[in-house]
Design a protein around this ligand. Sequence first.
Ligand code: PEP
Ligand code: MN
Length: 332
Amino acid sequence: MIIHLKNDVSKAVKHEIAAKYEAVELFKDDKTILITPCSLKNIDGKYLEYIDESWVFDNDIQLASKKYRSDIQEIKIGNLAIGGQHRNTIIIIGPCGVESEEQIELTADFINKCGLHTLRAGSFKPRTSPYSFQGMGIEGLKLLAGMRDKYGFPIVTEVRDSSHIDAVIEYADVIQIGAKSMYDHGILRKCGKTNKPILLKRGFGSTLQEFVQAAEFILSGGNQNVMLCERGIRTFESKTRFTLDLCGVAYLKANINLPVILDPSHAMGYAYGVPDLARACMAMDVDGLLIEVHPDPSVAKSDASQQLNHDEFKLLFESLKHIAKAVNRNII
Ligand code: PEP
Ligand code: MN
């Protein structure tokens, strides 16, 4: 249950109600909001005088539910905005990982020439093998920050674990939580304590319920700036890397009040399929696309098989513009 308390309720009463119902307390816009487990359906009559409004739920998707708030959360990314009343679709491109100054300069210059504005690359890479490239760490964050200084691009970069999360929060404009970290409560809780936008990727073995519940950790921690990123789930199919759950996207759009970003690159795993999939993603009328683009994918140190080169992206981008128009979206 979500409970909005009246503004004049004393601290002692707030704490009494919170303790009685084992509620999480959230302070937002001068309001105290209590979120109890969803099993609570009724409040003791003696507390009703302290309550402004309340919502009952049948599961623990609460703050993110359209039943609670029907409008999509507006998220500001640098000078850009998605969600809210906007019809914007942000196209977030860049290589899987920051690999060198030259690579990141070439990428930033390309983004600028495309007329796009957001640069994404990981510098702390959560890899499947400890023997693969792990990312450039802080050095990479500095290179990204340099591109923000030069071009004014907001930077999207991922946090691998809570040991370096403060640095990522300091350098990034958007903090990406990768699929493998979706359950990392150290990261989720810390992201709840910053106001920076969070791009939360769906764990590839997670249900939609679990995915949105992970977002609830950030929301109930105090940060409402959460974007949900569908990047493919593991199915029995092995010809493609993952299976992009577009049905899940339809569910999220209908039921959840957070912007949705689609990542065709990690879902497909192979560059040849990314353009078609990206077009399908744009047709889903979503708030953003995340596409991996590398100046020379053949030498990429991670996710080499799925990254588009600049010419391939340019071609795709032209067709995305038509689809955006058809679904009444502005590409930003
Ligand atoms: C990435 O975005 O480069 C990445 C590692 O993605 P995911 O967490 O979805 O596997
Ligand atoms: Mn990648």
